[in-house]
Design a binder for this molecule. Structure first.
Ligand SMILES: Cc1cc2nc3c(=O)[nH]c(=O)nc-3n(C[C@H](O)[C@H](O)[C@H](O)COP(=O)(O)OP(=O)(O)OC[C@H]3O[C@@H](n4cnc5c(N)ncnc54)[C@H](O)[C@@H]3O)c2cc1C
Length: 448
């Protein structure tokens, strides 16, 4: 049975992404408990292929019927703004950009998900953030969405500045929280051998007790608690009993000319009827990059030895792009939604990995096989926005508190839906549409 650690306990955190660093910050901020915290990861922070490492991630409070996540997002936004203030005082650029978000639906009616989301937002008293927009209002306010409207994306709502849907520079945010951890005295052990978790050290006399971890370099590190925050790599390093699965999700980036950049000056975060198309995107960043993502069931990369899907990334496979099917879906959607991209080459593409849980909620709880071991994973593609405050919630689990959140994210004693594990494979070299595209194919068709 899991119990809270004593003050002064040594706590090992494996993984320095969003969950791991947020945990380290929350634990190290509790001066009374005075925990001795050691974070392990495979390389230099921000870890190049971590899910948390990217130029942008959406920060939204729109969560369908999920009130817990909505409230957590509202609280996170308060801290994001606080971080921006701290950064401004130190002459640093903001990490959080409050542009608001426009969510499109089609055929004159908001999607069910959006309707539910608006109901939840209004019931909670945040209705002032919402503006519902007709096709004429969309075109007037955002001339670059005229084609989208004409192609049926003709109704939307805007969640505006103040509590809405915006974005963070996620790699920079990771650096921000990492520096806070360092100044709080957190110890970091980073490196592809010295920082890489190999196995748990289990007490031979008491198999439910983990004594610490062993790293790839052969060293053993003892601790009172181990927190496994290895994101999509988690089911590959510990038996997650099918509760989470690593799914590869695709993004593309375009590099815009100054003229195109100017024409998209007022572009907010957007979703293009995400429940149907999966597509969403971000404002153009300071480097002129326009990033578009697609949220879907994704792709699996089963390991030969046991069929468990593990991330395959450009760090170990530098030539990887995205499957042809994914590129075709992006092009087809964008041709009707944001045709400014049609004559542009895809400047960069990437498969980035979710740790999908069986129901989309996080899995942050004691591991059922052990008495002193916590897993913090199952991000399901939506945890980055909580970087500023998820650590406190993970700390509640470590301190064995009982809250609405610890209950929602506890180990599920239920099976996944039958089709949960049934997703296309990432690497199918000779497949007509599932093979990865060549760099030449990323170029605009009209240039080829
Ligand atoms: C394409 C895409 C788009 C997304 N968009 C959004 C969005 O718009 N908004 C949002 O809120 N969220 C978004 N997310 C989700 C968000 O990125 C994740 O929820 C978050 O990054 C998860 O953090 P994590 O710490 O669990 O995983 P990660 O950030 O992947 O961190 C896991 C860490 O564990 C380390 N690790 C793995 N194995 C080992 C080992 N053996 N030893 C030591 N260390 C190890 C890795 O190196 C890594 O640093 C998106 C994710 C993807 C993939």
């Amino acid at each position: 049975m899991y119990g809270p650690p004593k003050p002064g306990s040594k706590i090992i955190i494996v993984g320095a992404g969003c969950f791991g660093l947020a945990t380290a910050l929350a634990l190290s901020s509790d001066k009374e408990k005075n925990y001795d915290i050691h974070v392990f990861d495979r390389g230099v922070i921000p870890i190049i292929d971590a899910a948390s490492t990217d130029i942008s991630k959406a920060v939204r409070m729109d969560y369908g019927t999920n009130k817990l996540c909505m409230e957590l997002a509202v609280d996170a936004i308060r801290v994001w703004e606080q971080w921006n203030k701290e950064r401004a005082e130190n002459g640093l650029k903001p990490v959080y950009h409050n542009t608001g978000m426009i969510a499109f639906s089609d055929n004159g009616e908001l999607s069910e998900y959006d309707k539910q989301g608006l109901e939840t937002i209004r019931e909670a008293g945040y209705g002032e953030f919402i503006e519902e927009l007709s096709s004429e209002e969309i075109k007037k306010r955002y001339p670059f969405f005229e084609t989208a409207v004409n192609n049926g994306y003709d109704i939307a709502y805007f969640n505006k500045v103040g509590g809405g849907y915006s974005w963070c520079n996620s790699s920079e945010a990771i650096m921000h929280i990492y520096k806070k951890c360092i100044s709080n005295g957190v110890n970091f052990i980073l490196g592809k051998e010295s920082g890489c978790f190999e196995s748990n050290l289990v007490d031979p006399q008491s198999p439910r007790t983990v004594l610490g971890i062993k790293t790839i370099d052969g060293n053993e590190h003892r601790g009172d608690r181990v927190i496994l925050a290895t994101g999509p790599w988690t089911p590959g390093v510990i038996d997650m009993q099918g509760q989470v699965i690593a799914s590869g999700q695709v993004i593309v980036q375009f590099k815009l000319s100054d003229k195109d950049r100017r024409s998209l000056n007022d572009l907010p975060v957007w979703s293009g009827n995400v429940s149907k198309t999966g597509c969403y995107g971000f404002p153009v960043n300071d480097d002129g990059i326009l990033k578009i993502g697609k949220h879907s069931i994704g792709y699996l990369n089963p390991r030969a030895t046991d069929n468990i899907s593990i991330p395959r990334t450009q760090a170990s496979n530098p030539g990887d792009t995205i499957p042809l099917k994914a590129l075709n879906e992006f092009r087809e959607f964008l041709d009707t939604f944001l045709p400014l991209t049609t004559p542009l080459d895809v400047f960069y593409s990437r498969v980035c990995w979710y740790s999908d849980s069986i129901d989309g909620d996080f899995v942050i709880c004691p591991h059922p096989n052990y008495d002193n071991y916590i897993v913090a994973t199952g991000d399901s593609g939506h945890a980055m926005k909580f970087l500023p405050n998820i650590g406190q919630k993970i700390k509640d689990v470590i301190d064995a508190k009982d809250t609405e959140y610890t209950r929602a994210w506890a180990w599920r004693n239920k099976e996944a839906k039958l089709d949960f594990y049934d997703r296309p494979l990432l690497i199918q070299n000779n497949h007509k549409v599932l093979r990865m595209v060549t760099l030449e194919e990323l170029k605009a068709k009209i240039n080829c």
